[in-house]
Design a binder for this molecule. Structure first.
Ligand code: AAL
Length: 434
């Protein structure tokens, strides 16, 4: 008689796993110093989830002391990122006359997702400050308007048209309006944006922030026609630029994060500050500890647990990090990531809920710039996905072992002069005795 082997039940399999783990731990039981109670001997093979009571190297100590959890898989504020092209945007065959960039955070309203962004449609691509004119843009965000689009799945977008056009001279924003972000407050919608009264690049990328108000995300938008977040006084870090305004509702107030570029070019320093207001149209009071982030070009923040989390993406010693401030002000690094979305505008469901238990983010839009080389220079919007959420657990988003193809590496090759110089240095070195 032939017997079918019994299939182990799930419970039996789980029990087997527990027993084998126990066996391994017993076999590898860590010796304890009876006097101090501290573990001695080699670091255990089974990775301790909690900080072990034993002497630790600085690196291992950091793992347990500086991060919310000691492994990427368990760290809710670690994520890798995936990118997808969007459907629905026309770029005029990529000739550089149409550009879309710097998406706002995404909100949900009227059964759809909404995003606002910088849209430039000019007779030529940007030609730099020396060649720019009334119609020729200096930079990609010069002579631009704020447009918006809606989507039902975050991949296919329907462009709806202009939200805030350029103002008429001399109203702030007459030269360009760019880099918008959205606030919903007491039933009204507020768009904040960079309002240029001179061409970007004339001295530097100088501007302050203006705002427009609407009763619906579809507008009509009523521009305030004035500066809402002003530049700092002469000599202050943000005297020339208030970029990337990014409002959240936190602790009952409007916390508007922004970025400024300072120290001229010796070297240029980029950092982020915070301005707080009780009313969306101000006054915004700049935080006395500004800058509150020492790195990071565009602003990407969201409520997380009791505090605020930030993606610190490019520029500065702490680029490619994810940071957390339990009070919205004092940020520390909670994860190091790579290949992060540039100018990320995440979907932040609880951005305006004044929550003390922020749930996090899983997707958003970002931009890819410098497409088309000098001749056709423009930017496109793209989608990113991640797992920086308390509610989602995607193991494949927690990977840290990533590989890129040669096209990625060699897209950052040396320019011919640098290559020649490096080659010469090698040849020279070989002439020296070994
Ligand atoms: C960005 C943003 C701001 C800058 C420029 C356009 O991506 O930081 O908007 O002014 O570059």
């Amino acid at each position: 008689m032939c017997q079918t082997p019994l299939k182990p039940t799930t419970a039996a399999r789980a029990m087997k796993k527990v027993l084998s783990t126990l066996a391994i731990s017993c076999l590898m039981a860590t010796p304890i110093d009876v006097a101090t109670g501290a573990e001695t001997g080699a670091f255990p093979y089974i990775f301790p989830e909690k900080k072990p009571n034993r002497p630790l190297s600085e690196a291992m100590n950091r793992l347990y002391s500086n991060y919310p959890a000691p492994t990427p898989e368990a760290n809710e504020l670690y994520s890798s990122f995936r990118f997808s092209p969007l459907e629905g945007f026309d770029y005029h065959d990529g000739d550089g006359t149409i550009s879309r960039r710097d998406p706002s955070k995404i909100i949900r309203a009227n059964g759809k997702y909404y995003v606002w962004y910088t849209r430039r449609h000019t007779p030529t691509p940007p030609r730099g400050p020396d060649m720019a004119s009334e119609t020729i843009p200096s930079y990609d965000w010069d002579l631009a308007e704020i447009w918006y689009a809606t989507s039902e799945d975050g991949f296919v977008w329907h462009e709806q048209g202009v939200a805030v056009p350029r103002a008429s001279k001399p109203v702030p924003g007459w030269r360009s309006v760019s880099t918008p972000d959205i606030l919903v407050w007491k039933g009204k919608y507020y768009l904040y944006y960079q309002a240029y009264v001179q061409m970007p690049g004339l001295r530097g990328d100088d501007c302050a922030v203006s705002a427009a108000v609407a009763d619906s995300p579809d507008g009509p938008w009523r521009p305030t026609e004035r500066i809402i977040v002003p530049n700092g006084a002469p000599g202050e870090w943000d005297q020339y630029s208030i970029h990337d305004p990014y409002p959240l509702v936190y602790r009952g107030k409007i916390y508007l994060y922004y970025k400024a570029s300072f120290n001229d070019k010796s070297p240029r320093v980029i950092a982020q500050g915070l301005a707080i207001a009780d009313d969306p149209l101000g006054p915004f009071v700049k935080h006395p500890l500004n800058p509150v982030l020492n790195s990071g070009h565009e602003t990407t923040l969201f409520p997380f647990r009791e505090g605020i989390a930030a993606l610190v993406i490019r520029n500065g010693l702490e680029h490619n990090t994810i940071q957390f401030a339990p009070d919205g002000v004092n940020f520390h690094i909670v994860a190091v990531s790579s290949f992060m979305p540039v100018a990320a505008g995440p979907y932040v469901p609880d951005a305006f809920m004044n929550t003390r238990d922020g749930r996090g983010i899983t997707w958003g839009l970002c931009h890819i710039t410098g497409i088309g080389g000098r001749e056709k220079n423009h930017s496109i919007l793209a989608r990113f996905d991640c797992d920086l959420s308390q509610d989602v657990h995607n193991r494949w988003m927690k990977e840290t072992d990533m590989f890129w193809g040669p096209e990625v590496y060699f897209s950052r090759t040396l320019n011919p002069a640098a290559r020649a110089e490096r080659a010469r240095a090698c040849r020279e070195e070989l002439k020296q005795p070994e």
